[in-house]
Design a protein around this ligand. Structure first.
Ligand SMILES: [Zn+2]
Length: 144
């Protein structure tokens, strides 16, 4: 499934609605294409006290429920069909579901695709291999 089809699948589940006095859902839809070629969709759930979660999170949960965890490509859109790049939590969350998910392709804007690896620079999983310090100690903005 290409990104146009995936974007349509994400938009098809967008349906903003109140669930209760304290919760709403459906303002954002996400679609994930898995390794099997299946497409999983989800919507955001927003609650009081910040207990909700993003559409990507919901779609990933649907995928894992069906026994899959490798995401090949993903996209999220709002009610106007505008592409929304994943938040930092969703980038990290999806990247941890499968080792190869750092290569997941994400449509971050019309015509622009980035991998989760590109969206997660300075990955905490990266181990220094040459014994050298993994970071230099320099205050931001100080002369180099
Ligand atoms: Zn998110």
């Amino acid at each position: 499934m290409d990104f146009d089809q995936l974007r349509q699948a994400a938009h098809a589940v967008v349906a903003p609605r109140d669930l209760s006095r304290f919760a709403s859902a459906g303002g954002v839809g996400a679609a994930l294409a898995s390794a099997s070629g299946a497409v999983y969709t989800g919507v955001c759930i927003d609650t009081a006290c910040s207990m909700g979660f993003c559409a990507e999170h919901a779609a990933a949960a649907a995928m894992v429920t069906q026994g899959e965890h490798r995401v090949v490509r993903m996209v999220a859109v709002d009610g106007d069909g505008q592409i929304l790049p994943p938040c930092g939590r969703c980038r990290e969350f999806v990247s941890q579901l499968h080792t190869d998910n750092l290569d997941t392709e994400v449509l971050v804007s019309a015509g622009t695709v980035a991998t989760l690896r590109q969206l997660l620079p300075f990955d905490w999983r990266t181990e220094p291999t040459d014994g050298a310090p993994s970071t230099s100690v320099q205050a931001p903005g100080s002369p180099s």
